[in-house]
Design a protein around this ligand. Structure first.
Ligand SMILES: Cc1ncc(COP(=O)(O)O)c(C=O)c1O
Length: 450
């Protein structure tokens, strides 16, 4: 999957800018060989890493078509079919959410941009004047709420939107590692009493570390009580809507005002493909539409120009790969993928439960398993050092990949089933490698008082 640890380097390449060209065969042979030999292969059955999938074949074909035809998504007039395909794909996804009233949405470069768009809409919904006059016109500090485990793209967005990163209140977790609804109520109450202007709650459906899903129905009720916009960051977990058997895992997602879902995570699309959806099409336009006289106009247009509903202007067609995959394989293929990956991850969690060396950090809700070394009387530093040692041992030969992270401030190891190539035997091999690492560690630490 990648070079063994001792052969990995991270410095820059040093070739100078070519003045004249070389034979394409030679260049392609060289780059292909090096990308394979020296690359880090996300599309591997043994990639148990972050939310990066093995792309579907149809997705790869779709990408090549888009690169060659280069449709310009900014205006409907210059991308009739491309725009229609894009909006149809958005409609298919929105219908799976369970929305049957009006809704809209747009493809993005990924979850970061989709979350930014959701927060920008939330701000424009509550404070319409801020779109033109800026956050200074709000008359109080604008604040939004998300859990301590929500993704860091939200901090970036808060900074970029001008509410400041401190304007994103990080709410503590409950025992299930979800946003604690009571702590949220208390934070809103304190902010209101201090003259701040709350505008949004950002729930997570599938946290990066553990795959936890916040209590979406309760958060929706809180949002109603305080007239706040509910954005659900389902960059990873919202894809569960494609499985009839597992959609209950993101129950309540249909109550959101806007949703992030990244096809380049669980839906196995090549980068880049994110989507932001909203039940408030008018707010999407309010947030992003800018008139530009030079833009070509489509006579009798029934669909919006994409530049009016997106943070981007010129835009790549990120939808074709998903549309083609759905046309060729159908929604049920995703159902199968999701069901199988859930099953594999739950089996791995059972193995952890039965292990003498490891234990779960949380019961898995989605195919992400966070686990830790079982010894209890460890300092946080000792625990992190042990976890990092195990991860290095597992990943050292370059054949498989898991990671170390912090869950609610405590070191944990983390694996997820994300490649459609992963089968039971790959998990068996991972388990055997973890056993070997555990045996070595137990031996090494036998004489040390832990
Ligand atoms: C829960 C969550 N939201 C948002 C993002 C950001 O998505 P992207 O990397 O596609 O911009 C990630 C990335 O892993 C994520 O895990």
């Amino acid at each position: 999957m990648q070079l063994p640890a001792e052969r990995r380097t991270y410095g820059p390449l040093s070739d100078s800018l070519p003045e004249s060209g070389e034979e394409p065969d030679k260049v392609l042979d060289e780059v292909c060989a090096r990308m394979v030999e020296e690359g880090f292969h996300v599309p591997s059955a043994n990639y148990f890493g972050l939310m990066n999938p093995t792309p579907t074949y149809m997705g790869v074909v779709g990408e090549a078509l888009v690169a060659a035809l280069n449709p310009q998504l900014a205006t409907l007039a210059r991308s009739q079919l491309a725009s229609k395909i894009e909006l149809e794909t958005v409609r298919w996804v929105g219908e799976r959410v369970g929305w049957n009233g009006p809704f809209s949405g747009t493809f993005t470069s990924g979850g970061n941009e989709a979350n930014f768009s959701g927060m920008a809409m939330a701000l424009a919904a509550k404070f319409p004047q801020a779109v033109e006059d800026g956050v200074a016109s709000i008359g109080g500090r604008a604040v939004a709420y998300a859990s301590a485990e929500s993704h860091h793209s939200l901090d970036k967005s808060a900074g970029l939107l001008g509410i400041g990163r401190k304007g994103l209140r990080r709410i503590p977790l409950n025992a299930k590692l979800q946003l604690d609804c009571r702590a949220l109520e208390e934070a809103i109450r304190q902010d209101l009493a201090a003259g701040a202007r709350p505008f949004s709650v950002i729930a997570t459906a599938g946290t990066t570390n553990c795959g936890t899903v916040d209590e979406l129905e309760d958060l929706s009720a809180t949002c109603h009580r305080h007239a706040l916009w509910l954005h659900v960051d389902g960059a990873y977990g919202a894809a569960a809507i494609f499985s009839d058997a597992h959609r209950h895992r993101v129950k309540g997602i249909e109550l959101a005002d806007s949703i992030t879902i990244d096809p380049h995570k669980w839906l196995a699309m090549p980068f880049a493909a994110g989507i932001v959806l909203t039940r408030h099409p008018e707010v999407l336009e309010r947030t992003f539409a800018v008139a530009a006289p030079y833009m070509p106009k489509a006579a009798g247009a029934k669909l919006p120009d994409n530049s009016r509903i997106s943070a981007q202007w010129t835009r790549r067609m990120n939808s074709l790969k998903l549309w083609i995959t759905l046309r060729v394989h159908g929604r049920k293929a995703y159902e199968e993928l999701i069901d199988r990956q859930m099953g594999l991850a739950l089996d791995f969690a059972e193995w952890v439960r039965a292990s003498d060396s490891f234990e779960l950090v949380a019961a898995p809700v989605l195919p992400i398993v966070a686990f830790q070394w079982k010894h209890r009387n460890l300092s946080p530093e000792q625990r992190a050092a042990i976890h990092n040692g195990i991860v290095e041992e597992i990943t050292g030969d370059g054949r498989r990949w898991i990671s170390e992270t912090q869950v609610n401030g405590r070191s944990a190891m983390r694996m997820m089933v994300i490649s459609y190539l992963t089968e039971e035997r790959h998990l068996g091999e991972l388990e055997a490698a973890l056993e070997r690492a555990a045996k070595r560690l137990s031996k090494e630490t036998a004489d040390v008082e832990l």
